[in-house]
Design a protein around this ligand. Structure first.
Ligand SMILES: C[S@@+](CC[C@H](N)C(=O)[O-])C[C@H]1O[C@@H](n2cnc3c(N)ncnc32)[C@H](O)[C@@H]1O
Length: 302
């Protein structure tokens, strides 16, 4: 967990975070203490944007990884009434967080854990917030993708996830007279492998096979029906929701269908309808994946 060379990346990060004439944000260098990231609190306007991007709903459970003084955890509990957990390796930060929770009157909703975020269990999170470093995000990425449920929303202040492109990004002007990027991702389901489903066409049933490859949330694949390869486009995966457009035969002519479905393990259940026909009837589809065809998600490590 102690990282040589982190000083250089932190110094670079500090320079990047403040413009040449901006009043630099206070960096508590003395608090690095050999941890992965020093203590630098997120400005309140950036906290607001992080919480806006993750679109908090009742019942969410938020974890802030490296919670500092607990400001994100406390804000989420106070403003949205949700439960929230902060993890920090530094005991000083944990006592500040507990004190801040008392002052905000949210001790019944929040919990602070002193520990290393790389060893922590946060599988029950529905929302994760981070203000770490890109190098730390990259080390954390395999754990996030392997352990979090599909659909979990992640937000990171200033630092991205390398090849894992964000699903949304925004820029916030701060009182330090600088601009901060805020990155948002949704943990994708693993949809790799071979899926099959059937659709009734008149009196007969037509069988489709969808062979899928995936890198993070980017999905590609080929669809065949018998000896025919069909055109598939606009494939989107957002957590456990998949949508795509498929050109298939209907009543003797090629027609486009919009498919949407929810991935649950080796099953997708959803609806489909013909494109361009205002009152086209929706029909249900259910695809099943052969479990032996699933491959581990490419997290940049495999
Ligand atoms: C940049 S601060 C962010 C604080 C807070 N999340 C915020 O946005 O205001 C990073 C925090 O991560 C903590 N930290 C560093 N390495 C850690 C590790 N391996 N496990 C848990 N916390 C860590 C530091 O003590 C520090 O409080």
């Amino acid at each position: 967990m102690k990282r040589r060379g982190i000083w250089l990346s932190l110094a670079l990060a500090a320079v990047l975070l403040s413009g040449p004439s901006a009043p630099a944000q206070e960096i508590h260098w003395q608090h690095l203490k050999g941890y992965d990231v020093p203590y630098v609190p997120t400005p309140v306007e950036v906290v607001d944007e992080m919480l806006r991007l993750v679109d908090i709903k009742p019942g969410d459970l938020l974890y802030d990884l490296g919670c500092g003084d607990g400001r994100i955890v406390v804000a989420a509990a106070k403003r949205f009434g949700i439960k929230a957990v902060g993890i920090d390796i530094d005991p000083v930060r944990i006592s500040e967080s507990n004190q801040n929770a008392i002052e905000a009157g949210v001790t019944d909703k929040v919990r602070f854990i002193e520990g290393d975020l790389f060893e922590a269990d946060f599988r029950d999170a529905s929302v994760i917030t981070m203000y770490l470093l890109t190098s730390v995000n990259l080390r954390l990425r395999p754990k996030l993708l392997a352990e979090l449920r599909p659909g979990t929303r992640l937000v990171s202040h200033s630092f991205d996830m390398g090849e894992w492109e964000p699903d949304n990004t925004s820029v916030v002007k701060t009182s330090y007279d600088d601009e901060r990027h805020v990155y948002f991702w949704v943990v994708p389901a693993n949809v790799t492998g071979r899926w099959e489903w059937s659709v009734m066409e008149g009196a007969r049933s037509r069988r489709y096979t969808f062979q899928v490859s995936q890198k993070f949330q980017e999905v590609s694949g080929t669809v065949t029906s018998g000896d025919w390869q069909l055109a598939i486009s606009d494939i989107r995966l957002a957590g456990d929701r998949i949508t795509f457009r498929l050109d298939a035969e209907a009543e003797g002519k090629m027609t486009s269908f919009l498919y949407e479905g929810k991935v649950q393990g080796n099953t997708i259940n959803g609806t489909a309808r013909q494109v361009g026909i205002p009152r086209a009837a929706e029909f249900k589809w259910k695809a099943v994946r052969s479990p032996l065809t699933v491959v581990p998600l490419d997290t940049g490590e495999n």
